[in-house]
Write a protein that binds this ligand. Structure first.
Ligand code: NAD
Ligand code: ZN
Length: 252
């Protein structure tokens, strides 16, 4: 990535009135949270997604899936937002509208201070009833549930508790996806960070923004990905390396 590309991105961002930032697993990699598809160190290299991240897997083996997510939850609690998360939060002081639409379930954007974050795939810190017996999502406070069984059970209906994340073969939260779509249609700039662009429907949002809304697309990623070819500007590098420099240029 050249200095002039970075400056161009800063100029475009500084003029933006409605910015949407789309983030994926690569955004959190420098916080020590592995991405899904990284062939060498990503977690799916060690675990088959079908074994842990589908409702069918949970029905087959609730305890294994529960414990896998609890281990991941503890790992995420110990992780910290990095300079890139803080740089995105700092943009709010300089631009009229900044909304983060994330596929990440780790909550690091909010912990870094971003105030408007749409979590398309839920949040691993929360739990809900597997049957969503009181409406979707039926959130449960697991600290208040009897701990004599793993996973604990919903006090309303007796179904198992589960993490409030979107698994493969499941729908995204309707309200979150609707708002993300509307924002992308209205956005003048979309900043895409750390997503491979293969998980739908999140991956379709930049297309929507460009084709129907005419947004300017900026992609930050160490590698070319599915979205790169349609982007107006590709900044090759990491979230933690590029975002603080970009925020610095925008604020100066
Ligand atoms: P992905 O794993 O498919 O792709 C990650 C992308 O990040 C790749 O394109 C990679 O080149 C890029 N990347 C790697 N290191 C980077 C860095 N330092 N800075 C910027 N980019 C970097 O992830 P995805 O596109 O988000 O889609 C897959 C799914 O992964 C989503 O459903 C999401 O819910 C889930 N997920 C979330 C977390 C999390 O919450 N932190 C972690 C793993 C997976
Ligand atoms: Zn229930």
């Amino acid at each position: 990535m050249s200095a002039s590309q970075l400056q161009r991105a800063a100029d475009v961002l500084r003029r933006s009135k409605h910015l949407v930032v789309l983030t994926g697993a690569g955004m959190s990699k420098e916080s020590g949270i592995p991405t899904f598809r990284d062939a060498f160190e990503g977690m799916w290299a060690r675990f088959d997604p079908e074994e842990v991240a589908t409702p069918q897997a949970f029905q087959r083996n609730p305890r294994m899936v529960w414990e896998w997510y609890e281990a991941r939850r503890l790992q995420i609690i110990q992780a910290q937002p990095h300079a890139g998360h803080y740089a995105l939060a700092a943009l709010e002081a300089h631009l009229p509208q900044v909304v983060i639409v994330t596929q990440n379930i780790d909550g690091l954007h909010k912990r870094a201070g971003s105030t408007d974050v749409i979590e398309l795939h839920g949040n691993i810190m929360q739990h809900k009833c597997f049957a969503d017996c009181q409406g979707d999502p039926t959130l449960l406070n697991i600290a208040e549930l009897p701990q004599d069984e793993i996973p604990p059970r919903c006090p309303h209906c007796g179904a198992y508790a589960r993490p409030n994340v979107v698994w493969f073969n499941e729908f995204l939260p309707v309200g979150a996806l609707e708002r993300a779509r509307e924002l992308c249609l209205r956005a003048d700039v979309i900043l895409i960070v750390g997503t491979s662009g293969v998980v739908q429907p999140a991956a379709s949002l930049p297309y929507l923004a460009k084709q129907y809304g005419g947004a300017f697309l900026i992609d930050i990623n160490p590698e070319h990905n599915e979205i790169t070819p349609m982007c107006d500007l590709f900044l090759q590098g990491t979230a933690g390396g590029i975002l603080p420099r970009l925020a610095e240029l925008i604020s100066s």
